[in-house]
Design a binder for this molecule. Structure first.
Ligand code: P6P
Length: 341
């Protein structure tokens, strides 16, 4: 096992920046500010379970402060950490129908930040791992005034950076800026993210599949055939695969990223576009997985090439080990219902 050099996220970000003379340092500052938000959200998520035990009652804690729903807290914390750095022209969040403008008192920058502040938060009471997901673009609208919706609905291939923070048995900050994928584990004793996963590469083929099989009845016929194929016995192709599904996208994809696996949230006859959001869930996770050598698709095309139409649009997603996603796409194509051919 290669010895991992002792390095902090902050130091890693600046070392990476210095490799590219054209870098202005703005992206480094953004990532640094995101890591600050991550530390505060991690603290809150990890004490959430204690809210009832410590006598925090209703909406106010013993200090008389508002006790907010965690996803609202995370949403507000991301804005508070990111709105004044001078590097963003606009933001957008899963928690806000509209785009989020930079307050007039703060200067405007050339980047765009999209985020899901706390994905999977419905799982928090069961102490299931949840996560923050972020996606960074350059502005495309003209001028240097406030950003627009046009800046917020760009194809995933235009991302300059993306990442997630998983709040689990430990808090891990995983990101890519297009030059590989790196993971940093928070040491809460001195509040630093320490390099723990240098240059993550996901296995080309796996033995894990992740999907909510409760929706089987409503699936595309090709997906039904694929899942049944995975469950057959054939040692030469490592079948049957193991089913692993946490029901928390960041946790499921993080595990599959490290171990190999295919995560699927398909469209079905009840939800024609699936459930997960393109702009601030599927695109950032797809950028990360592709940078780690994996593949991400909506079943028919590379997910990062999907042309967005709206900020909160949903998309089917099949993401993970390259060979597994390619095979899934073959099943979908082969068993396409006649009407859709
Ligand atoms: P289902 C969590 O609510 C979430 O948005 C994702 O994190 C997760 O992958 C998905 O929904 C789980 O959805 O329908 O399987 O419960």
């Amino acid at each position: 096992m290669e010895k991992i050099k002792f390095n902090t996220l902050a130091r890693h970000i600046y070392e990476e920046e210095r490799k590219y003379p054209e870098a202005t340092g703005e992206l480094s500052d953004l990532l640094h500010d995101l890591s600050l938000a991550a530390k505060v959200i991690s603290l809150e998520v990890n004490k959430a379970g204690l809210v009832d035990i410590l006598g925090f009652t209703g909406n106010h804690n013993i200090h008389g402060e508002d006790v907010k729903k965690l996803d609202v807290f995370a949403h507000e914390m991301m804005i508070k950490a990111m709105d004044h750095g001078g590097h963003l022209c606009v933001m957008a969040s899963e928690e806000d129908e509209d785009i989020i403008h930079i307050p007039p008192s703060f200067s405007i920058g050339k980047y765009v930040l999209l985020f899901d502040p706390l994905d999977g938060s419905s799982n928090i009471d069961a102490n299931v791992s949840i996560g923050t997901i972020f996606s960074i673009y350059r502005r495309v609208s003209k001028g240097d005034g406030p950003g627009t919706i046009e800046d917020c609905i760009q194809q995933g291939i235009k991302q300059v950076a993306a990442g997630y923070i998983i709040y689990g048995s430990s808090t891990i900050f995983v990101y890519t800026a297009g030059k590989g994928v790196y993971g940093f584990t928070l040491d809460p004793s001195f509040g630093e993210f320490i390099l723990s996963h240098p240059n993550i590469k996901t296995p080309k083929k796996s033995r894990i599949y992740s999907i909510n099989e409760g929706n089987y009845l409503y699936w595309h016929p090709g997906l039904k055939k694929y899942i049944k194929w995975l469950q057959e016995e054939d040692k030469s192709t490592g079948r049957p695969y193991s089913s692993r599904y946490i029901g928390s996208m960041v946790a499921d994809i993080h595990r599959n990223l490290l171990y190999g696996g295919i995560f699927m949230y398909p469209a079905d006859s009840r939800n024609p576009n699936g459930k997960l959001r393109l702009m601030y869930e599927c695109n950032p996770m797809s950028f990360i997985v592709e940078q780690a050598g994996g593949r991400s698709s909506n079943g028919k095309q590379r997910l990062l090439e999907v042309k967005p139409e709206s900020l909160h649009q949903r998309t089917p997603i099949f993401i993970g080990s390259e060979e597994d996603v390619l095979l899934l796409e073959k099943f979908i194509k082969e068993y396409e219902p006649a009407a859709e051919k």
